[in-house]
Design a protein around this ligand. Sequence first.
Ligand code: F6P
Length: 549
Amino acid sequence: MSLIESTAWQALATHYKEQIAPLSLQQLFAGNESRFAQFSVEADGLLMDYSKHRITGETLKLLVRLIEERELGRWTDALFSGAPVNSSEGRPALHTALRAASDQGVEVNGQAVYPQVQASLGKMAGIVAKIHAGQWRGYSGKPITDIVNLGVGGSDLGPLMICHALEEFRHADAAGLNLHFVSSIDGSQLAERLGHLNQETTVFILSSKSFTTIDTLANAEAAKRWLAQKIDNEAVLLRQHFIGCSANPEKMSERGIPPQNQLLFWDWVGGRYSLWSVIGLPIALLLGMDGFRQLLRGAAAMDAHFRTAPPAANMPVLMALLGVWSSNFLGVKGHAVLPYDGRMRHFPGYLTQLEMESNGKSVDRDGNPIDYDTCPIIWGDVGPNAQHAFYQLLHQGTQPVSCDFLAPVLRYRISRSDGTQEQLQDQQVLTLANCLGQSRVLMLGDQALAEGDPRRGARNDQHYNGNQGSTTLLYPELTPYVLGQLVALYEHKVFVQAVIWHINPFDQWGVELGKVLAQDTFAAIKDCQQPFDDSSSQGLLAYIARVRG
Ligand code: F6P
């Protein structure tokens, strides 16, 4: 039976039409003084307020019935136990095993997972220790000062996001270590970086699950050419200046990465779920292994919460249900992620891959086209910056949208003797004020100000409708543990939604055809050919040929 014909879905559709559509958020709040108490949950230091969504207790009951009908419990057990939940590729998706605190007895193809994970982390710890101690030397014998991560998608976005967010937690032994991230295939980022680097003291991390991604391999070749300007011995160049992180040891060896510089993970970890593996090497270099393990601990705590909390108090489940409610019943096509924290500037970008590459699907697990919406467009930015950019559309545009607001309450990690600490605390109050103020305006529109308040605009173009749903996530401070919790929260949200929509969140066939076409087009540009039968491609190729001469 199709999802939309199911009893729970039909009940939700009727409930929306008869009870929710006529009601605004203003009315819902006016009619229930305890909405916050009813629709918020606090667990392990995180507070999630979802009262600003157009729901009632009945909505929640029906949404919970939906996940029961979709057998979320069975799917969750399958995910954690290593069943092949990535059905199109016939393999498990065991990112949760990467952060498990103890051996859960999970096996893949008869091989215990936990010892493999620990061994891989152990090898990574050895490399981290060597670089931190200044014992990893460049070709001329100098210690390493710069690490360049060459990777794209899941082999870039997670480590990039976390390293930016947690810079303040830099390990003392990483004091003189600069981390750089290079992803773009056109070489512009790399060229810009190389201009500031010294071959003697730079190590490249070649980060690619498949080790076949042309973007990363092209940058690696450019990096090798740059190193070869100074190093005429290729074996030395690779041994002293390249580390490979991949699930494909054969390909790493083919490219000359020596075994001792190969860090491994497995095809049962999805690329966009891999920051917990050796793909997290830049994170471990920044935070040290203790800091990296704090991140894992936070994620493991969220795993435990997800597995044990009842649906109505389960953050990832609630987040997923609210997303489904918004997309499939309220018509929301765009969801903004708005961290009120400059350190989290790459968090929305990271989530675009996690959510849209996972759940941007139009065919179900059985290969049938589906007749309901799946993942909305996810976008976002640092909240206060976005207020001066796209909030206009959130407040007065024509579309229903939903938002996640995220903020730490305290901000005193930078504690310098010059008084900077106090200033940050003051600015944090300003930041929180903006965060809470904006979500209130989104909810209530003009009515965020009292009737008769002269600051209310009188003209049509000053009118705010409100009635836009949002979730607010608050936490005491941003720490490695908390960031681990947050990332795992979104991972499980994505999983729950995929269960409801009956899609596979662990494959990404939609990116393959473009790669194939790029190969054909590459040959066409090189050889000045016209292999395509559409006038647009022909015109563009002709222009390129003309300009290239
Ligand atoms: O093309 C999409 C994709 O396969 C992502 O899923 C992945 O994170 C990215 O490319 C990079 O892949 P790899 O880590 O194999 O280089």
